[in-house]
Design a protein around this ligand. Sequence first.
Ligand SMILES: *[C@@H]1O[C@H](CO)[C@@H](O)[C@H](O)[C@H]1NC(C)=O
Ligand SMILES: *[C@@H]1O[C@H](CO)[C@@H](O)[C@H](O)[C@H]1NC(C)=O
Ligand SMILES: *[C@@H]1O[C@H](CO)[C@@H](O)[C@H](O)[C@H]1NC(C)=O
Ligand SMILES: *[C@@H]1O[C@H](CO)[C@@H](O)[C@H](O)[C@H]1NC(C)=O
Length: 687
Amino acid sequence: MAAPSLHGLAMNRMRPFAALCSLLLCKLLAPVLAQAPEGSLLEHREEGEVRLAEVRRYVLRARKARLGLFVQIGHHDWASQISQCLEEVLSATDEPTGVHLNFVNGTAPSDDEVEELLGYVQGKHSKANIFVTNSAGAAADMPQFLMQLDSATRGGVDYDILLKLRVSPRDDVQQLASQALCGTRFHVRSVLNAFASRPSLDLIAPAGTIVDRKTSKKHLAPSVFNKVLGNRSWRGFSEGSAKGFRSLLLMNTGHVGLNEAEDLATYVAGGSFWLRREAEPLKTAVAAIPRLAPLIQKKNDEAQALELALEGFVTTALRLRGRSLATMPPAPKVIAMYYPQFHQVPELEKFFGDGYTDWKALQDFKGEGLRKPLSEERGGLGFYDLMKRQVRGRQAQLAKQHGVHGFSYYHYWFGGEGGQNKSVMWKVPYQVLHDGQPNLPYFFTWANEPWTRKFSGQAGEDGTGTLIPQTYGDREHWEEHFEHLMQYFKDHRYMKIDNKPVFAILRPQLLEQKLEPMLKLWRSLAVEKGFSGLYILSSVGRRFYEEHNYKAELLDGAFHHAPSCRDLCGGVASDRDLYLVKEQHQYWGAATGFDGRVHGNSGALHVTPKTFQQALVGSFANMTAMPQRHVPENLFFVGSWNHWAEQHTLEPDDKYVFGYLQALRNALEHVKPRELEARETATQETV
Ligand SMILES: *[C@@H]1O[C@H](CO)[C@@H](O)[C@H](O)[C@H]1NC(C)=O
Ligand SMILES: *[C@@H]1O[C@H](CO)[C@@H](O)[C@H](O)[C@H]1NC(C)=O
Ligand SMILES: *[C@@H]1O[C@H](CO)[C@@H](O)[C@H](O)[C@H]1NC(C)=O
Ligand SMILES: *[C@@H]1O[C@H](CO)[C@@H](O)[C@H](O)[C@H]1NC(C)=O
């Protein structure tokens, strides 16, 4: 464990607060409490000067920083919620970055915890500033944020772009926010690229969280519609907050009141967004804080109305000024399909002759126009042997650098006779488990077709092409299979969704009546082992629609990764078949190409890195346009990492070099925020 991690801290935060109030901490807090009257959050020094109760600790490495992350922490489970976001923001750029953590509601961290935090941030970023502050009392989120910002500005620390992140316990809206605003470092770069290239853009919120009186269900994330709005449209501000609002607007724009602006009254549900520091309404609000703070402190009805008004003020004033507000989808997390056959495999040699590998097939093939792996001398991986740990380590490194979140290993398990073993080509996953490389998240995709001579899952007319049939066995067989899988499910890198190991079945329809009892058994075995079940996916591919013979509720989702449902899906990435997929969660994907010749099949789809990138950009843009799309994580499947014999690869090749990987990374770093439609901004006569 080289770099300090926040996980330990997250565990510590589970302890009840009482346990944290060590002598040391109580001593440390005493002077603060003495300075700030009980129940108030501000300390007044002289007239006009207001600052947070106490700056607990900070490291200051740069006064002028590009990015500032602001979090109010009001409950004890905060570390697990912000650690990923913090990590991704700090990894996104080398430019100076500030982290402001303000603890309210009696959640002040212990001295040791503060040390740990400082160490963590210092270890992640050489130019990061961190400020840990405590506020004695509680206030709404937005005023706290403004006060933090005001105090930072007074301290001479300034930013270009701010991320305001709200944390709240077990909240879907908050989860959506951290995935959409800082789900990956590539996604954070997309945000920064958007601010840099669009001068009129001032705010970026998670897709489906910007609410005005005209937004309907189809504009909103399900969690916002169901939970925040209670399945209704928003009706606008209450009379009380409207009053506070009006005075704020007057301060900001001089002449526009709420009445003229009713349809533009807007807020961000969940209260998390990226914001340009120079945005006029933000400057107004920060400047007003010294005057507003004493009013808010009164904690009466008027104070509450003012707090509410502040929640919507910046967003509304931006729209009145004709500035643009935009939304981002949850960060795409790329899963690349990974083929394990590039080493000596007894079954391959038995069927195709001694020394057979897919490399040999590729090298022996006489046709034109095939891409071969880039040589090691040129920085590629060459015709590698997957039994070498170093090769798998390098794959992981390339994957991480270019935005591949994880691999889905093809998993081969047969019921029929013919192999040496039920488990075929098991050595790569076995090595992953035992020597740790690739050190990436992963899960299995069960290639559950019969093994045929042309690797197509389709035997010849007379059945002769079948090398190992699939019979799918019975209860005992399913138990054995599950036991084999269990050793992987236990691995911390094995991906889980809601504590359910993810497992994909390429063509579940082939199991026919056995599918339901097998999954039922597996799910109950998983529960016995301490998981909450299994998260089972099927692939939207060849024959998916024709053969879809099972109840969609049996599975949890379906994913795209290849354009093999050609008539319907078309293109390299497409959402044309969206409405045909019945599984609850649908994951999108894209393909890097296809050429069937090496394995004796027909069909080809040539995809250049450029067309691949365009398809990704289009697909990511469409995600923002569908905020109502509901997936627990925005997994995005790419076919494939390394299917050299069929020519769908991300790995470097001798023709495009690092072209596909760079295309992937470019697309991930240029996910386009979608601006609020003109419909929503041009409704008012005077602005
Ligand atoms: C602090 O507690 C109050 C009252 O329970 C709550 O409204 C507020 O959201 C909390 N603050 C944070 C930052 O969690
Ligand atoms: C809104 O509807 C959903 C789905 O019907 C339901 O689960 C949820 O509890 C409802 N929310 C409220 C606040 O009524
Ligand atoms: C069969 O597969 C298992 C892994 O599932 C492996 O440990 C065993 O060595 C294999 N046996 C042969 C003959 O390949
Ligand atoms: C994005 O959506 C548009 C409009 O529905 C559609 O024409 C296009 O094919 C989609 N692109 C991708 C890559 O899914």
